[in-house]
Ligand binder design. Structure first.
Ligand code: PMP
Length: 449
């Protein structure tokens, strides 16, 4: 059964549609938005994702962790215990930097990645997304250049846009960011009279490509960052989720003074806790805490205490291993189905961990243009342009295998392959493909995280 792909109405779409004849009471406020709010725009595909969340659609779009794999009864007992026994603390305001005990425990969570730090340098935030926002807030003025992988995490682009940064993409190969291309990008920015401020990178099981920088690649990237005085912002939500059980060594492990490391419990425990952190070079820690206090006063004591208790009383690393198995099985289902069903000319990455594979369509096909047809055929993905600030990525898309069970993944890929083949045949009937136009990108919806 096909679903109709009508855009669902949103207030914003409504406001945008209404011309001068339909001015509403909201319009004067819209005109008064700060310049930085211009970067906050709704994704063109947002309406489609409302349709894609229907149960009959196989969504390979959202990066939602499979939290049903958690020991939910045990977590319920812990939460009850924390409120009953330590409620006066758990339900009170807490430290702006985060609970001291949890900060100590975070040191242990970072150990497999080779990080040795002091808990004074850890700042707990409402998810690592907030830590990312705060680092950009304290370093970037409008127009400052941030270097990022091509493609990169869609909501990092949202942060950079909201602080009016200029994003410069550095090409990747199958080992991640290419050092020669990074040098070229720095030189080009310098030649234009500016200085790049930050190098934002996701070196392990990258979102959206699933690729990982090997040790030599990491050393080369760090060396270049040091040579050019670039502060590295290392985003590492997936580092513990490698399918061969090994944990890539963090950049931070080899340069504690030059790297802000972002970590999170979202993928290794549960995203709903909204507990992440930044481990910062000592000199910037105070500024980060001040920025965190202006944003949220303090992170939630309740979730920090429940999480802390879980880390102490449960074999949490065994749970991480269980997650690895769940995601490895799903990754295998995705790769097998892609190999079995996708038409010639389609390529995809082979992730060694994490949640995502990056698929490139046969020549001339456009992933955004194809999405309505895919959703009508009951499968969803995220089109590639959302992962670039400059309109690249039209022929690519991100597939997430983290949430649907293996048989749904196989069915989703089978449907998607049918759509790709149909689009390719249509293009062949129309003649040679025209070059794909660059498109402006917009902020993601929650389905795209
Ligand atoms: N960085 C990356 C690369 C991500 O994929 C995500 C979540 N999808 C985040 C940061 C934010 O995670 P959280 O705020 O849940 O810690």
């Amino acid at each position: 059964m096909a679903v109709s792909v009508q855009a669902e109405r949103t207030d914003q779409a409504e406001t945008e549609r209404s011309g001068p004849a339909h001015r509403s009471r909201l319009d004067p406020w819209v005109e008064q938005y700060a310049a930085r709010a211009r970067g906050l725009t709704a994704s063109q595909v947002r309406a489609l994702f409302a349709v894609a969340s229907r149960p009959e659609v196989v969504s390979l779009a959202g990066g939602m962790p499979y939290v049903a794999a958690l020991p939910l009864d045990e977590l319920a007992d812990i939460a009850a215990r924390v409120v009953r026994d330590r409620g006066a603390h758990a339900l009170q305001y807490g430290s702006g930097q985060g609970d001291p005990d949890l900060r100590e425990q975070i040191l242990q969570v970072m150990q497999p990645a080779g990080i040795r730090a002091h808990s004074d340098d850890v700042v707990v935030t409402a998810g690592s997304q907030l830590a990312l926002d705060l680092v950009v807030r304290i370093f970037c003025d409008p127009g400052d250049v941030v270097l990022v992988e091509a493609p990169t995490y869609v909501t990092a682009l949202g942060v950079f846009a909201s602080y009016q940064c200029q994003v410069v993409h550095v090409p990747m190969d199958d080992q991640g960011m290419v050092p020669g291309a990074l040098s070229d990008a720095v030189a080009a920015v310098r030649a234009s009279g500016r200085r790049p401020k930050l190098l934002y990178t996701i070196p392990s099981f990258h979102n959206p490509t699933g690729l990982t920088q090997g040790p030599a690649r990491r050393a080369a990237v760090l060396e270049l960052a040091q040579r050019h005085g670039l502060l590295v912002l290392e985003d590492d939500p997936y580092g513990l989720l490698g399918f061969d059980g090994s944990v890539p060594r963090a950049l931070r492990a080899d340069d504690p003074d030059g790297v802000v490391y972002l970590g999170t419990f979202s993928k290794t425990v549960a995203a709903g806790f909204r507990v992440g952190w930044a481990t910062a070079p000592h000199g910037i820690r105070d500024k980060l805490v001040l920025a965190a206090e202006t944003a949220t006063l303090c992170p939630s004591n309740l979730t920090q205490l429940v999480l802390g208790e879980y880390l102490v009383t449960s074999p949490w690393y065994e749970q991480v291993k269980a997650y690895r198995e769940v995601y490895r099985e799903r990754r295998d289902a995705l790769l097998d189905a892609l190999a079995a069903y996708m038409p010639a000319g389609t390529t995809w990455t082979v992730p060694g961990g994490g949640f995502y594979s990056w698929l490139t369509l046969p020549d001339g096909l456009d992933a955004t243009a194809m999405l309505p047809r895919a959703v009508a055929d009951l499968v969803a993905y995220v089109p590639g342009t959302g992962f670039f600030a400059d309109g690249q990525g039209a022929s690519s898309l991100r597939l997430s295998y983290c949430f649907p069970p293996p048989d749904r993944i196989r069915e989703g890929v089978r449907r998607l392959a049918g759509v790709v083949a149909a689009e390719r045949d249509l293009l062949a009937d129309l003649g040679a493909p025209a070059p794909l136009p660059a498109r402006p990108t917009a902020a993601p919806s929650a389905d795209q995280v």
